[in-house]
Design a protein around this ligand. Structure first.
Ligand code: SAM
Ligand code: SF4
Length: 335
């Protein structure tokens, strides 16, 4: 499909991937993501499902080929399945290649069939450990069996699954190989993520930070990791594990600059478009929309926003300066 005016940022990168945080709320309180007593936004500040659809569809009209719904926990937002069904019209028209979701899996058993029927073919599920007690400690409010049931339901519904595992020193670094074997046996891909300094949390990120370079070195002593060409345009670098056949990704914002091929922007639950996960450059779409912005105005606003896209992020985890690189939590912008 030929897009008349594709989105190209000031550094010549084509932007064809939009991530949408449909809610900042969550039924878990993961230690690396938010404090236990997290304050959520008043509902009036959060975009309605119709507003999300309007903004996302305007991006699709400008060449967005991939939409990911995230949060907070997207499946705790009431009516989210209606939003998925509505956005799926862009899959049917051929404008969109993929509509996907990142979820903690807690509600998947309930919604897996609806998601599959609506056209979701692939999801990312966050799972940092296979030990029930450790899972409860990391997520504070989560139950491992519920998530495993959800993953099984999604798989039974025919949805391909990628497991996201945040690597945490002294917490789950002893479980990475077990997770690799579990995901391989279940037919899932695995992505390992370095903890990113976003928002104030109760835990200490400096102590938990585990550079994935060392993890990769350890795995290479026992497995053959064959580099794959990066096809997602995103931060993950992928290898194929020759012994298991699965894909393994490494997201290493702190040890590797992944910005040269960045193809994405992010819409928060409140309608701010962030041009980079690790910078504060953003433009508000909600208030203009609520003030009656028409389709042509929305289209112009997208161009204005794109001009703000920075070259890269400045994530650093530093013992001297323990303040986060960006003040907002990951749950607002969406992971
Ligand atoms: N609630 C859903 C979930 O957990 O999958 C979607 C939103 S969550 C913010 C998206 C991803 O970001 C999850 O895989 C989570 O582990 C990851 N994440 C959250 N905070 C992070 C941080 N500070 N550093 C690295 N990853 C983080
Ligand atoms: Fe919720 Fe996802 Fe953050 Fe965990 S990582 S608290 S599940 S938004």
């Amino acid at each position: 499909m030929v897009v008349p005016r594709p989105l190209i940022d000031p550094f010549g990168r084509t932007i064809d991937y939009l991530r949408v945080s449909v809610t900042d709320r969550c039924d878990f309180r993961c230690v690396y993501c938010m404090p236990e007593a997290m304050t959520f936004l008043p509902r009036a500040e959060v975009l309605s499902l119709e507003e999300i659809d309007t903004i996302a569809s305007a991006f699709v009209a400008r060449g967005t080929r991939k939409l990911r719904l995230t949060g907070g926990e997207p499946l705790v937002r009431r009516g989210v399945i209606d939003l998925v069904r509505s956005l799926a019209r862009h899959l049917a028209s051929g404008a969109l290649d993929e509509l996907t979701m990142t979820t903690n899996g807690s509600q998947l058993a309930r919604f897996a069939n609806d998601l599959a029927a609506a056209g979701i073919a692939r999801i990312n599920v966050s799972l940092d450990t296979l030990d029930p007690a450790k899972f409860a400690r990391i997520t504070r409010w989560g139950r491992l069996d519920q998530v495993l049931d959800g993953i099984a339901a999604a798989q039974a519904a025919g949805i391909a699954i990628k497991i996201n595992m945040v690597a945490l020193r002294g917490v789950n670094d002893d479980e990475i190989e077990a997770m690799l074997r579990w995901t391989a046996a279940a037919g899932h891909d695995l992505v390992l993520i370095e903890t990113m300094p976003m928002g104030t949390i109760d835990d200490d990120r400096v102590d938990r930070y585990l550079p994935l370079k060392a993890v990769r070195r350890d795995l290479e002593a026992r497995y053959t990791l064959v580099d794959l060409p990066d096809s997602t345009g995103g931060p993950a670098r992928y290898v194929r594990v020759a012994e298991t056949g699965q894909r393994l990704g490494f997201i290493t914002p702190l040890t590797h600059n992944f910005c040269e091929s960045c193809n994405r922007v992010r819409l928060t639950a409140t309608g701010r478009l962030y041009l980079c996960l690790g910078q504060d450059d953003a433009l508000d779409f909600r208030d203009p929309l609520r003030a009656g912005l028409d389709a042509a105005g929305l289209d112009r606003l997208i161009d204005t926003a794109l001009r703000l896209k920075p070259k890269g992020h400045d994530f650093i985890i530093d013992r001297r300066d323990r303040s986060p690189a960006v003040a907002r939590h990951m749950s607002l912008t969406g992971g």
